[in-house]
Design a protein around this ligand. Structure first.
Ligand code: AMP
Ligand code: MG
Length: 336
């Protein structure tokens, strides 16, 4: 299949909407990561997303809207707490799981009777949704199992020849996928951490973190957020997280350095006195979120065989970074 490369000017967005209306799959930029979009109401179009990604059929897609008013068109019962979250954090990187209306096909929801809904902040994404006049189902635009794409180039590498078009927009400003929450009575449950942190959500209502966020779940586990049980974001290198301060990290590297090993560090200061190749993923959690997936792809490109990674904070935006890195590391953590 020939993949059209579109810009973000009006005519390009019209073309993207035309393809989407015709049941095609188009990759679009969003502030979290690039999404692989199709008409959420069109069963066949949504099937094409699963095929292009090689995504397991029971892994549900997030449905993207351009206006809060569209929420009740997708869900028959939107509780007050959901509106409070939407008012506080939309447009933005927050997905809410709510009961779904019948017109959302079961392929979109991975066979569940709920649907994940998000209103992206990215103006290009919202302009495309508005032009379409229907909501867009859009998972991350990577091949299943590889790191989520945060730049046009990442999407092109994974999807060229597999989908109808890619919108060449800005790099993702957040860099990790949305925070996914559901509601237990009047509590918020975080199923996947993201840029909207548990601390921020607790300003709206009591917030708990689901155990799937930090624990390894089996493929047959009954989980609230199906995506969390799959092997995710795995680079080819064997990654280990070193949970320690800077001095202990250096000490551990000195003792364990082998041929083909690279370090994933906050800054070059972490590597002082070490004779090892490294890449930096940033000193603040926000910076780390933005760079992590690019770094994972770069490690592969550089042919790293083993990677020792400095451990991010486990709170705030750092929890999202840690959650992704844990999966990249297959949950291998050395605590010093
Ligand atoms: P992605 O679109 O690749 O960021 O993945 C979306 C993730 O959101 C899925 O893997 C699930 O973990 C979660 N999700 C989406 N819809 C639902 C739902 N109805 N119930 C629970 N989790 C959901
Ligand atoms: Mg994904």
């Amino acid at each position: 299949m020939k993949t059209e490369i579109l810009g973000t000017d009006g005519a390009s967005l019209d073309r993207a909407a035309e393809l989407l209306t015709g049941g095609e799959v188009v990759a679009v930029p969003t502030e979290t990561v690039y999404g692989l979009a199709a008409n959420a109401f069109d069963e066949n179009a949504v099937r094409r997303i699963f095929e292009a990604k090689g995504r397991p059929a029971d892994n549900p897609l997030i449905v993207h809207i351009a206006d809060i008013a569209e929420l009740e068109k997708l869900s028959p019962c939107v509780p007050d707490i959901a509106y409070r979250c939407a008012e506080a954090f939309w447009a933005g990187p927050l997905t809410m799981i709510l009961p779904k209306r019948d017109k959302i096909p079961s392929v979109t929801s991975g066979g569940l009777d709920t649907v994940g809904i998000r209103m992206p902040a990215d103006t290009t994404a919202r302009a495309i949704i508005k032009r379409c006049g229907f909501p867009l189902a859009a998972p991350s635009a990577n091949l299943s199992g590889s790191p989520s794409p945060t730049t046009f180039r990442h999407v092109y590498d994974d999807m060229n020849g597999r989908i109808s078009a890619i919108v060449d927009g800005a790099d993702s400003s957040v860099g990790v996928e949305s925070t996914v929450i559901c509601f237990d009575d009047n509590k918020i449950r975080v199923l996947r951490p993201g840029f909207i942190s548990p601390e921020e959500l607790s300003g709206i209502a009591d917030t708990v973190i689901d155990k799937g966020v930090l624990e390894q779940l089996g493929e047959d586990a009954v989980v609230r957020s199906p995506g969390m049980k799959y092997k995710h974001y795995a680079p080819k290198a064997d990654v280990t997280i070193i949970d320690s301060d800077r001095d202990s990290f250096r000490h551990y590297v000195r003792k364990n350095l082998t041929e083909g090993m690279m370090l994933l560090v906050f800054s070059k200061d972490d590597c002082e006195g070490l004779d090892a190749d490294f890449i930096e993923y940033g000193e603040t959690a926000e910076d780390q979120a933005k760079k992590l997936f690019t770094c994972l792809r770069t490690l592969d490109e550089l042919g790293a065989e083993r990677v020792l990674a400095r451990c991010p904070e486990k709170s705030g935006v750092g929890l999202a970074v840690y959650n992704r890195l844990l999966r990249a590391a297959g949950f291998k953590v050395v605590k010093l």
